[in-house]
Design a protein. Structure first.
Length: 235
């Protein structure tokens, strides 16, 4: 029986939805984020506001919320030549992957999260990776996550579970999941306070939240919100 979890929490739509689900499932939940020199480092401030809002607006979850952790992963930015860590335009590479792909990012995130979970005696790692809307990132695939779960469990001699609530759903279904977990209040919290935009834009407000509206992350979030909203309007 799993009762404790560590949520990889960036403060975006996906990780906030994962946090809400973890709070509905587990007795004690902690959160962790990574500062890796990302261009959209505004997410590191936004996530703290999201945590405050969840505690204030969902008193049934507040007692379950444990410590929040921020880990310095600057070395990842130093070895990455990507549009998330350099001021370059978003484009597709010859490999077929978008240049927003940061090689090894999720593998390092999970490894460090597991080390933290080991020390904090947390049983489950929760991450918002997804094969449906994953932009082709190979470290978001279910096979990759299963391999990491096995490697981490063997390497640390502790049986970890990696929980991936969003693996097989698209962005519209992610909005719907948030609604099922926390009602319209959670949807509005995600719209107003979470951050997804790769350019770190917190000036332009859209129906789905803040962002430039043009980067891949904004486009994906906007399409998902439009589909979710259209589903609500159907009789």
């Amino acid at each position: 029986m799993h009762t404790t979890a560590l949520v990889l929490f960036s403060g975006g739509q996906d990780s906030t939805t994962c946090l809400a689900q973890a709070l509905s499932k587990y007795e004690r939940v902690e959160t962790v984020a990574f500062d890796y020199g990302q261009r959209h480092s505004v997410e590191l401030q936004a996530r703290l506001q999201v945590l405050r809002e969840i505690k204030a607006k969902f008193p049934q979850w507040a007692p379950k919320m444990g410590d929040d952790h921020l880990l310095d992963l600057a070395v990842l930015g130093q070895v990455s030549e990507t549009s998330l860590t350099r001021d370059t335009a978003f484009k597709m590479e010859a490999s077929g992957l978008p240049n927003t792909f940061v090689p090894g990012r999720n593998l390092l995130f999970l490894t460090l999260a597991a080390a933290l979970a080991y020390r904090r005696d947390l049983q489950v790692l929760v991450t918002g990776v997804c094969e449906t809307d994953f932009s082709g990132y190979p470290d978001c695939r279910d096979d990759t996550i299963k391999a990491m779960q096995l490697a981490l469990s063997l390497g640390m001699d502790k049986r970890f579970l990696i929980d991936t609530p969003l693996m097989w759903i698209d962005k519209a279904a992610t909005w719907a999941l948030a609604h099922s977990l926390g009602g319209q209040a959670l949807v509005e919290l995600i719209v107003e306070h979470t951050h997804t935009c790769y350019l770190g834009d917190r000036e332009h407000r859209h129906a789905w939240g803040y962002g430039c509206g043009q980067c891949p992350a904004c486009e994906l979030r906007a399409r998902g919100f439009a589909a979710y909203s259209a589903g609500l309007s159907k009789p």
